[in-house]
Ligand binder design. Structure first.
Ligand code: GLN
Length: 248
């Protein structure tokens, strides 16, 4: 439902499974969203979703982080229970960021390196197969929408997109989805799936602002789609420069 833009603005961030799915600094994605909203006078209301709880009633942005195979196995019982609201929200254009383990579980399935199948949500048209050699290191990619995206990857899963799925970016250096086809992540409606940790958003503020601006547009209508007030991103640019020049 579109609300009036006049008056204080606030956005609800749903954080999926923060206990099990939060590695390599992914919590920083949440902190970045909160800060960039606060700096612009937008209140951030965070709803943690834990296994066994009802899915939060209000969701303007959905966040999910990476997790070990064991963490993914723990939440797999809960995933089918939240599939319907998640699917409806994503298809309605709610912005989302799903990193690594969460990214994999938004796909059709993850076959781990031990051969176990973890069923996914089937929201992203992709599947993942665990392999012996982990894909680890700094990664630089390029996206026509977001420009250069810089991060760090560490996964055993190799992800293969369905034939009509759009990658988030193309790999410049690093492995990305599978180390074979130069794709990285997925871009489905306003939802982004990616292997990039680091965390992603402090070093890639253009993606944080994309999530915030989509959410404002959904909640407050097209008047809210004016460009977001620019912030001083000098520190982020410095971090990008350093990260980009690190050896893999
Ligand atoms: N367990 C998954 C893998 O190794 C995800 C790892 C992660 O989230 N970094 O492929």
């Amino acid at each position: 439902m579109v609300e009036s833009i006049n008056g204080p603005r606030s956005l609800n961030i749903v954080h999926l499974y923060p206990r099990e799915m939060n590695i390599y600094g992914d919590h920083g994605n949440l902190l970045t969203l909160i800060r960039r909203m606060q700096w612009r006078g937008i209140e951030a209301v965070v709803h943690e979703h834990h296994a066994g709880n009802p899915f939060p009633m209000q969701a303007d942005i959905i966040l999910g982080g990476g997790g070990q195979d064991s963490g993914q196995a723990i939440i797999q019982q809960d995933l089918p229970l939240i599939r319907q609201p998640l699917c409806e929200l994503i298809e309605a254009g709610v912005p989302a960021l799903l990193v690594c383990g969460a990214y994999q579980l938004f796909g059709n399935y993850f076959k781990t390196s031990t051969g176990a199948i973890i069923e996914g949500l089937g929201i992203f048209d992709l599947h993942t197969v665990g392999c012996e050699n982990r894909l680890i290191g700094n990664i630089v990619t390029h996206s026509d929408v977001f420009g250069e995206i810089i991060g760090y990857e560490n996964h055993s899963g190799k992800t293969y997109l369905g034939k009509d799925a759009l990658p988030l970016a193309h790999v410049i250096s690093g492995a990305g989805n599978n180390g074979e086809d130069k794709t990285e992540g997925i871009h489905h409606r306003n939802a982004l799936g990616t292997y990039l940790h680091g965390p992603l958003l402090p070093k890639n503020p253009q993606i944080a602002d994309h999530l915030i601006s989509c959410a404002l547009g959904n909640r407050y209508g097209s008047d809210a789609l004016l460009p977001l007030e620019p912030l001083d991103d000098e520190l982020a640019f410095q971090a990008r420069r350093i990260a980009k020049n690190r050896p893999r």
